[in-house]
Write a protein that binds this ligand. Structure first.
Ligand SMILES: Nc1ncnc2c1ncn2[C@@H]1O[C@H](COP(=O)(O)OP(=O)(O)O)[C@@H](O)[C@H]1O
Ligand SMILES: [Mg+2]
Length: 208
């Protein structure tokens, strides 16, 4: 179980804290949704939890133990907003093995089955997939590292209705195994499947 305890983030360039004493817990096998308008600090919050930035004050805990950025990088898998823009493998296989050449074909096939891309040939270029398939591949890229916590930044952004349904169906399945933390400016679509919903407003987190 991951907890944030009064996490404040105030980089020198910002006139006031981007995040102010943010506290919450992500239970296992659940989906936590944080909503907020553009500029509310959602992406910054995910960057702190992914160990890409360090809180100015406060702690990020695993069970009772305080974590450093390097621990968080292992524990969390961050799927960026528009993750398909960051694909750099020439094929699905290459994309999934980037940085992990030791992964077997069996492991690659297994994670593709998990995201319902098991029928797609491994030599297919990622950019030949549909928008919904690309989002599912981006999830597979993180899942194959076996993180404890999956962080998703605006997972439905830019998708049409049917592709959003595909991604939502997959998130519903994934939360049976993983802890998911989703941030979105959209309050409606994802709140139905969320176990807890918070609103981030002017750097402060309030339970909905
Ligand atoms: N390193 C930084 N220094 C100064 N300001 C930043 C930094 N990172 C983000 N910001 C500002 O923090 C605010 C929150 O940004 P962001 O986390 O991207 O919000 P959201 O994802 O909710 O749209 C924005 O006003 C942004 O310009
Ligand atoms: Mg953002």
């Amino acid at each position: 179980m991951l907890s944030l305890v009064e996490v404040t983030y105030h980089p020198p360039a910002a006139p006031r804290p981007i995040l102010h004493q943010v506290s919450f817990t992500v239970p296992p096998q659940s989906l936590t949704l944080i909503v907020g308008v553009s500029g509310a600090g959602k992406t910054t919050l995910l960057e702190l939890i992914a160990g890409l930035a360090t809180p100015t004050q406060g702690q990020i805990l695993w069970q009772e133990q305080a974590l450093q950025a390097t621990d968080l990088q292992e524990l969390a898998g961050l799927v960026f907003q528009f993750p398909e823009r960051h694909f750099c493998g020439l094929t699905l296989l290459e994309e999934l093995r980037l940085g992990h050449p030791e992964l077997t074909l069996e492991q690659v096939q297994q994670v593709l089955n998990t995201v319902h891309l098991g029928e797609v040939p491994l030599h297919q270029p990622p950019h030949h997939l549909s928008g919904g398939q690309q989002r599912r591949l981006a999830l597979a890229v993180q899942l194959i590292r076996q993180p404890y916590l999956l962080l998703l930044d605006e997972p439905l952004a830019g998708l049409d209705w049917s592709m959003r349904q595909q991604v939502m169906q997959l998130l519903q399945e994934l939360k049976n195994t993983w802890s998911l933390l989703v941030v979105s400016h959209d309050t409606r679509e994802l709140s139905g499947m969320a176990d807890q919903v918070w609103r981030l407003e002017e750097g402060k987190l309030n339970k909905l």
